[in-house]
Design a protein around this ligand. Structure first.
Ligand SMILES: *Cc1c(COP(=O)(O)O)cnc(C)c1O
Length: 362
Protein backbone atom coordinates (compact mmCIF):
# COMPACT_ATOMS: atom_id res chain seq x y z
CA UNK A 1 0.00 0.00 0.00
CA UNK A 2 1.11 3.56 -0.73
CA UNK A 3 -0.15 6.36 1.53
CA UNK A 4 0.37 10.03 0.69
CA UNK A 5 -1.66 13.24 0.85
CA UNK A 6 -4.24 12.82 -1.90
CA UNK A 7 -6.24 15.67 -3.37
CA UNK A 8 -8.16 13.47 -5.80
CA UNK A 9 -10.19 12.00 -2.93
CA UNK A 10 -11.66 15.32 -1.84
CA UNK A 11 -12.50 16.13 -5.47
CA UNK A 12 -14.23 12.78 -6.00
CA UNK A 13 -16.38 13.31 -2.94
CA UNK A 14 -18.34 16.16 -4.54
CA UNK A 15 -17.20 15.85 -8.17
CA UNK A 16 -20.68 16.32 -9.66
CA UNK A 17 -21.13 19.61 -7.81
CA UNK A 18 -17.70 20.88 -8.86
CA UNK A 19 -18.36 19.99 -12.46
CA UNK A 20 -21.66 21.81 -12.62
CA UNK A 21 -20.15 24.89 -10.92
CA UNK A 22 -17.28 24.90 -13.45
CA UNK A 23 -19.71 24.58 -16.37
CA UNK A 24 -21.82 27.39 -14.98
CA UNK A 25 -18.78 29.69 -15.08
CA UNK A 26 -17.65 28.54 -18.52
CA UNK A 27 -21.11 29.14 -19.94
CA UNK A 28 -21.55 32.50 -18.23
CA UNK A 29 -19.14 34.44 -20.44
CA UNK A 30 -17.89 36.38 -17.36
CA UNK A 31 -14.64 35.30 -15.74
CA UNK A 32 -13.18 38.04 -13.53
CA UNK A 33 -14.89 40.13 -10.79
CA UNK A 34 -18.40 38.83 -11.22
CA UNK A 35 -21.32 37.20 -9.43
CA UNK A 36 -19.48 34.08 -8.25
CA UNK A 37 -16.83 36.12 -6.43
CA UNK A 38 -19.44 38.39 -4.90
CA UNK A 39 -21.41 35.38 -3.68
CA UNK A 40 -18.31 33.63 -2.34
CA UNK A 41 -17.17 36.75 -0.47
CA UNK A 42 -20.58 37.05 1.14
CA UNK A 43 -20.78 33.36 2.04
CA UNK A 44 -17.23 33.18 3.41
CA UNK A 45 -17.71 36.36 5.47
CA UNK A 46 -20.88 34.83 6.93
CA UNK A 47 -19.07 31.57 7.66
CA UNK A 48 -16.30 33.22 9.70
CA UNK A 49 -18.54 36.04 10.99
CA UNK A 50 -16.51 38.58 8.99
CA UNK A 51 -18.18 40.96 8.31
CA UNK A 52 -16.29 41.90 5.10
CA UNK A 53 -14.41 39.56 2.79
CA UNK A 54 -12.31 40.59 -0.21
CA UNK A 55 -11.14 37.80 -2.52
CA UNK A 56 -7.52 37.89 -3.71
CA UNK A 57 -5.17 35.82 -5.77
CA UNK A 58 -3.34 34.00 -2.96
CA UNK A 59 -2.61 33.86 0.74
CA UNK A 60 0.73 35.56 0.18
CA UNK A 61 -1.00 38.45 -1.60
CA UNK A 62 -3.40 38.71 1.35
CA UNK A 63 -0.42 39.05 3.73
CA UNK A 64 1.48 41.53 1.54
CA UNK A 65 -1.59 43.71 0.95
CA UNK A 66 -2.63 43.55 4.62
CA UNK A 67 0.69 45.02 5.75
CA UNK A 68 0.45 47.59 2.98
CA UNK A 69 -3.18 48.56 3.57
CA UNK A 70 -2.38 49.29 7.22
CA UNK A 71 0.37 51.68 6.13
CA UNK A 72 3.26 49.59 7.48
CA UNK A 73 6.57 49.83 5.62
CA UNK A 74 10.16 51.02 5.70
CA UNK A 75 11.43 51.65 9.21
CA UNK A 76 8.59 49.70 10.86
CA UNK A 77 8.82 46.45 12.78
CA UNK A 78 6.32 43.60 12.78
CA UNK A 79 6.37 40.83 15.36
CA UNK A 80 6.02 37.33 13.89
CA UNK A 81 6.45 33.76 15.17
CA UNK A 82 9.89 32.26 14.50
CA UNK A 83 8.34 29.00 13.31
CA UNK A 84 6.09 29.67 10.41
CA UNK A 85 5.93 29.27 6.68
CA UNK A 86 8.12 31.70 4.75
CA UNK A 87 5.06 33.42 3.21
CA UNK A 88 4.11 34.98 6.56
CA UNK A 89 7.48 36.72 6.72
CA UNK A 90 7.45 37.62 3.02
CA UNK A 91 4.27 39.59 3.71
CA UNK A 92 6.34 41.82 5.99
CA UNK A 93 9.59 42.07 4.03
CA UNK A 94 7.82 42.68 0.69
CA UNK A 95 6.80 46.00 2.27
CA UNK A 96 10.37 46.74 3.45
CA UNK A 97 9.32 46.38 7.09
CA UNK A 98 11.47 44.35 9.51
CA UNK A 99 10.29 40.98 10.90
CA UNK A 100 10.96 40.58 14.63
CA UNK A 101 10.84 36.89 15.49
CA UNK A 102 9.35 35.49 18.69
CA UNK A 103 9.69 31.88 19.85
CA UNK A 104 6.73 29.46 19.72
CA UNK A 105 5.01 27.73 22.64
CA UNK A 106 4.33 23.99 23.02
CA UNK A 107 1.27 24.35 20.74
CA UNK A 108 3.53 25.61 17.91
CA UNK A 109 1.98 29.08 17.97
CA UNK A 110 3.64 32.36 18.99
CA UNK A 111 4.40 32.38 22.73
CA UNK A 112 2.30 35.32 23.96
CA UNK A 113 4.42 35.62 27.12
CA UNK A 114 7.46 36.53 24.97
CA UNK A 115 5.82 39.17 22.79
CA UNK A 116 6.21 42.19 25.04
CA UNK A 117 9.99 41.92 25.34
CA UNK A 118 10.17 42.13 21.52
CA UNK A 119 8.20 45.39 21.29
CA UNK A 120 10.16 48.58 20.51
CA UNK A 121 9.08 52.09 19.56
CA UNK A 122 9.20 50.95 15.92
CA UNK A 123 6.73 48.07 16.38
CA UNK A 124 3.52 48.57 14.42
CA UNK A 125 1.86 45.17 14.35
CA UNK A 126 1.77 41.61 15.62
CA UNK A 127 1.46 39.05 12.83
CA UNK A 128 -0.14 35.95 14.36
CA UNK A 129 -0.14 32.56 12.62
CA UNK A 130 -2.69 29.92 13.61
CA UNK A 131 -0.31 27.13 12.70
CA UNK A 132 -1.41 23.64 11.68
CA UNK A 133 -5.07 24.65 12.23
CA UNK A 134 -4.96 25.56 15.91
CA UNK A 135 -5.89 29.11 16.97
CA UNK A 136 -3.18 31.01 18.85
CA UNK A 137 -3.75 32.47 22.32
CA UNK A 138 -5.72 35.44 21.00
CA UNK A 139 -7.13 36.88 24.19
CA UNK A 140 -3.58 37.43 25.54
CA UNK A 141 -2.31 38.71 22.21
CA UNK A 142 -5.24 41.12 21.87
CA UNK A 143 -4.53 42.53 25.35
CA UNK A 144 -0.88 43.13 24.44
CA UNK A 145 -1.80 44.75 21.12
CA UNK A 146 -4.31 47.05 22.81
CA UNK A 147 -1.84 47.99 25.55
CA UNK A 148 0.80 49.03 22.98
CA UNK A 149 -1.55 50.32 20.30
CA UNK A 150 -0.48 47.75 17.70
CA UNK A 151 -2.33 46.29 14.74
CA UNK A 152 -3.00 42.55 14.65
CA UNK A 153 -2.70 40.73 11.32
CA UNK A 154 -3.74 37.07 11.41
CA UNK A 155 -2.33 34.50 9.03
CA UNK A 156 -5.28 32.10 8.80
CA UNK A 157 -3.96 30.12 5.83
CA UNK A 158 -4.25 26.93 7.92
CA UNK A 159 -7.07 27.82 10.29
CA UNK A 160 -10.34 28.35 8.37
CA UNK A 161 -13.08 28.56 11.07
CA UNK A 162 -10.81 27.65 14.02
CA UNK A 163 -11.85 29.80 16.97
CA UNK A 164 -10.31 31.02 20.21
CA UNK A 165 -12.70 31.55 23.11
CA UNK A 166 -15.55 31.20 20.62
CA UNK A 167 -14.33 34.00 18.33
CA UNK A 168 -13.22 32.79 14.91
CA UNK A 169 -9.62 33.30 13.79
CA UNK A 170 -9.32 36.13 11.31
CA UNK A 171 -11.83 38.28 13.19
CA UNK A 172 -9.74 39.00 16.30
CA UNK A 173 -7.40 41.42 14.61
CA UNK A 174 -7.48 44.16 12.00
CA UNK A 175 -7.02 41.88 8.99
CA UNK A 176 -7.44 38.11 8.69
CA UNK A 177 -5.44 36.65 5.78
CA UNK A 178 -6.64 33.44 4.16
CA UNK A 179 -5.15 31.11 1.58
CA UNK A 180 -7.24 28.74 -0.52
CA UNK A 181 -4.24 26.89 -1.96
CA UNK A 182 -5.48 23.43 -3.01
CA UNK A 183 -4.09 21.56 0.01
CA UNK A 184 -5.64 23.89 2.62
CA UNK A 185 -8.78 22.81 4.46
CA UNK A 186 -10.77 25.18 2.25
CA UNK A 187 -8.78 24.67 -0.92
CA UNK A 188 -9.51 25.83 -4.46
CA UNK A 189 -8.37 24.10 -7.66
CA UNK A 190 -5.65 26.65 -8.28
CA UNK A 191 -4.36 29.69 -6.39
CA UNK A 192 -6.76 31.84 -4.39
CA UNK A 193 -6.86 33.85 -1.16
CA UNK A 194 -8.85 36.48 0.71
CA UNK A 195 -8.85 38.96 3.57
CA UNK A 196 -11.47 39.38 6.25
CA UNK A 197 -11.81 42.90 7.66
CA UNK A 198 -14.09 44.65 10.13
CA UNK A 199 -14.68 47.95 8.45
CA UNK A 200 -16.13 48.87 5.10
CA UNK A 201 -13.52 51.55 4.35
CA UNK A 202 -10.66 49.07 4.74
CA UNK A 203 -12.55 46.53 2.60
CA UNK A 204 -12.88 49.21 -0.10
CA UNK A 205 -9.14 49.79 0.06
CA UNK A 206 -8.44 46.08 -0.54
CA UNK A 207 -10.94 46.04 -3.43
CA UNK A 208 -9.02 48.90 -5.01
CA UNK A 209 -5.56 47.46 -4.25
CA UNK A 210 -6.37 44.11 -5.88
CA UNK A 211 -7.52 45.87 -9.06
CA UNK A 212 -4.53 48.09 -9.98
CA UNK A 213 -5.41 50.47 -7.14
CA UNK A 214 -8.57 51.59 -8.87
CA UNK A 215 -12.14 51.91 -7.63
CA UNK A 216 -13.46 53.61 -10.73
CA UNK A 217 -12.17 52.22 -14.02
CA UNK A 218 -9.09 54.10 -15.25
CA UNK A 219 -8.94 56.23 -12.09
CA UNK A 220 -6.06 54.99 -9.93
CA UNK A 221 -5.97 56.04 -6.32
CA UNK A 222 -3.20 53.65 -5.27
CA UNK A 223 -0.36 52.03 -7.15
CA UNK A 224 -2.09 48.67 -6.78
CA UNK A 225 -1.59 45.14 -8.07
CA UNK A 226 -3.55 42.54 -10.02
CA UNK A 227 -4.71 40.12 -7.35
CA UNK A 228 -8.26 39.03 -8.09
CA UNK A 229 -9.87 35.75 -7.12
CA UNK A 230 -11.28 34.59 -10.46
CA UNK A 231 -14.84 33.42 -11.09
CA UNK A 232 -13.85 29.78 -11.68
CA UNK A 233 -12.05 29.45 -8.34
CA UNK A 234 -14.81 31.38 -6.57
CA UNK A 235 -17.50 29.02 -7.94
CA UNK A 236 -15.49 25.92 -6.97
CA UNK A 237 -14.76 27.38 -3.52
CA UNK A 238 -18.48 27.97 -2.98
CA UNK A 239 -19.06 24.25 -3.43
CA UNK A 240 -16.32 23.33 -0.97
CA UNK A 241 -17.40 26.00 1.50
CA UNK A 242 -20.88 24.49 1.58
CA UNK A 243 -19.26 21.22 2.76
CA UNK A 244 -16.52 22.73 4.94
CA UNK A 245 -18.07 21.72 8.23
CA UNK A 246 -18.38 18.06 7.26
CA UNK A 247 -14.84 18.10 5.84
CA UNK A 248 -13.48 19.40 9.15
CA UNK A 249 -15.64 16.95 11.13
CA UNK A 250 -14.07 14.15 9.11
CA UNK A 251 -10.59 15.48 10.00
CA UNK A 252 -11.54 15.53 13.68
CA UNK A 253 -12.52 11.85 13.52
CA UNK A 254 -9.27 11.03 11.68
CA UNK A 255 -7.05 12.87 14.20
CA UNK A 256 -8.78 11.03 17.04
CA UNK A 257 -7.82 7.70 15.44
CA UNK A 258 -4.18 8.82 15.22
CA UNK A 259 -4.21 10.14 18.79
CA UNK A 260 -5.73 6.91 20.15
CA UNK A 261 -3.72 4.57 17.96
CA UNK A 262 -0.18 5.95 18.07
CA UNK A 263 1.59 4.54 21.10
CA UNK A 264 5.30 4.99 20.68
CA UNK A 265 7.33 6.75 23.39
CA UNK A 266 9.62 8.20 20.69
CA UNK A 267 6.71 10.19 19.22
CA UNK A 268 5.31 13.43 20.65
CA UNK A 269 1.66 13.86 19.65
CA UNK A 270 -0.02 17.25 19.05
CA UNK A 271 -1.66 19.00 22.01
CA UNK A 272 -4.56 21.44 22.06
CA UNK A 273 -4.64 24.53 24.27
CA UNK A 274 -7.64 25.17 26.47
CA UNK A 275 -10.06 27.53 24.66
CA UNK A 276 -8.29 26.95 21.33
CA UNK A 277 -10.28 25.64 18.41
CA UNK A 278 -8.36 23.28 16.12
CA UNK A 279 -9.46 22.45 12.58
CA UNK A 280 -6.63 19.92 12.05
CA UNK A 281 -5.18 21.22 8.81
CA UNK A 282 -2.11 19.09 9.49
CA UNK A 283 -1.35 16.23 11.87
CA UNK A 284 2.15 17.05 13.07
CA UNK A 285 4.12 14.80 15.41
CA UNK A 286 7.61 15.30 16.79
CA UNK A 287 10.48 12.85 17.04
CA UNK A 288 14.13 13.38 18.00
CA UNK A 289 15.12 10.94 15.26
CA UNK A 290 12.84 12.66 12.75
CA UNK A 291 14.91 12.04 9.62
CA UNK A 292 15.21 8.34 10.48
CA UNK A 293 11.45 8.16 11.05
CA UNK A 294 10.81 9.91 7.73
CA UNK A 295 13.04 7.50 5.80
CA UNK A 296 11.66 4.46 7.61
CA UNK A 297 8.07 5.44 6.76
CA UNK A 298 9.06 6.20 3.16
CA UNK A 299 10.45 2.66 2.84
CA UNK A 300 7.09 1.34 3.98
CA UNK A 301 5.26 3.33 1.31
CA UNK A 302 4.17 6.16 3.62
CA UNK A 303 5.02 9.62 2.33
CA UNK A 304 5.32 12.24 5.07
CA UNK A 305 6.14 15.95 4.88
CA UNK A 306 8.03 18.47 7.02
CA UNK A 307 6.29 21.75 7.91
CA UNK A 308 8.89 23.33 7.93
CA UNK A 309 12.51 22.11 7.79
CA UNK A 310 14.27 25.54 7.85
CA UNK A 311 12.90 28.38 9.99
CA UNK A 312 12.66 31.76 8.20
CA UNK A 313 15.47 33.41 10.21
CA UNK A 314 17.93 30.83 8.81
CA UNK A 315 16.81 31.14 5.18
CA UNK A 316 19.30 32.45 2.67
CA UNK A 317 16.97 35.26 1.60
CA UNK A 318 17.06 36.63 5.15
CA UNK A 319 20.82 36.53 5.67
CA UNK A 320 20.70 40.34 5.68
CA UNK A 321 18.73 40.26 8.95
CA UNK A 322 21.91 38.95 10.60
CA UNK A 323 20.44 36.01 12.49
CA UNK A 324 22.44 32.85 13.18
CA UNK A 325 21.84 29.28 14.28
CA UNK A 326 20.89 29.21 17.96
CA UNK A 327 19.07 32.58 17.95
CA UNK A 328 15.67 30.87 18.26
CA UNK A 329 16.43 27.46 19.76
CA UNK A 330 12.81 26.35 20.23
CA UNK A 331 11.83 27.12 16.63
CA UNK A 332 15.02 25.42 15.45
CA UNK A 333 14.34 22.33 17.58
CA UNK A 334 10.82 22.09 16.13
CA UNK A 335 12.20 22.44 12.59
CA UNK A 336 14.48 19.47 13.30
CA UNK A 337 11.81 17.30 14.90
CA UNK A 338 8.43 17.90 13.24
CA UNK A 339 6.88 15.46 10.80
CA UNK A 340 3.43 15.69 9.19
CA UNK A 341 1.76 12.31 8.82
CA UNK A 342 -0.48 11.66 5.79
CA UNK A 343 -3.76 13.40 6.55
CA UNK A 344 -6.39 14.16 3.94
CA UNK A 345 -10.14 14.08 3.43
CA UNK A 346 -11.18 10.73 2.07
CA UNK A 347 -8.39 8.85 3.91
CA UNK A 348 -9.65 5.33 4.64
CA UNK A 349 -9.49 3.49 7.98
CA UNK A 350 -7.23 0.97 6.29
CA UNK A 351 -4.79 3.75 5.36
CA UNK A 352 -4.93 5.33 8.81
CA UNK A 353 -4.28 1.97 10.51
CA UNK A 354 -1.43 1.25 8.12
CA UNK A 355 0.26 4.49 9.21
CA UNK A 356 -0.46 3.87 12.92
CA UNK A 357 1.04 0.38 12.79
CA UNK A 358 4.14 1.58 10.99
CA UNK A 359 4.68 4.46 13.41
CA UNK A 360 4.24 2.13 16.39
CA UNK A 361 6.76 -0.31 14.99
CA UNK A 362 9.42 2.40 14.52
C1 LIG B 1 -0.14 28.35 2.58
C2 LIG B 1 0.31 29.38 3.51
C3 LIG B 1 0.53 30.70 3.10
C4 LIG B 1 0.55 31.13 1.67
O1 LIG B 1 -0.62 30.96 0.98
P1 LIG B 1 -0.58 30.89 -0.63
O2 LIG B 1 -2.02 30.93 -1.01
O3 LIG B 1 0.09 29.62 -1.00
O4 LIG B 1 0.16 32.10 -1.10
C5 LIG B 1 0.84 31.63 4.08
N1 LIG B 1 0.97 31.28 5.37
C6 LIG B 1 0.78 30.03 5.80
C7 LIG B 1 0.91 29.72 7.25
C8 LIG B 1 0.47 29.02 4.88
O5 LIG B 1 0.30 27.77 5.32
Amino acid sequence: MKVYDRLDRQYEKFSGEYQSAALRVLNSGWYILGKELEAFEKEFAECVKGPYCVGLNSGLDALILAVRALGIGEGDEVIVPANTYIATVLGITANNAAPIFVEPDEFYNIDASKIEEAITDKTRAIMVVHLYGQAANMSEIKKIADRHNLFIIEDCAQSHTADFDGKISGTWGDVGCFSFYPTKNLGAFGDAGAVIVKDEALAEKFRALRNYGSRIKYHNEYAGVNSRLDEMQAALLRVKLSHLKELIDERVIMKEKYLQGIKNPAIILPKVRENSGHVWHLFVVRCERRNELHDYLEERGIHTQIHYPIPPHLQKCYEYLGHKKGDFPIAEKFANEVLSLPFYNGMTDEEINFVIEAVNEF
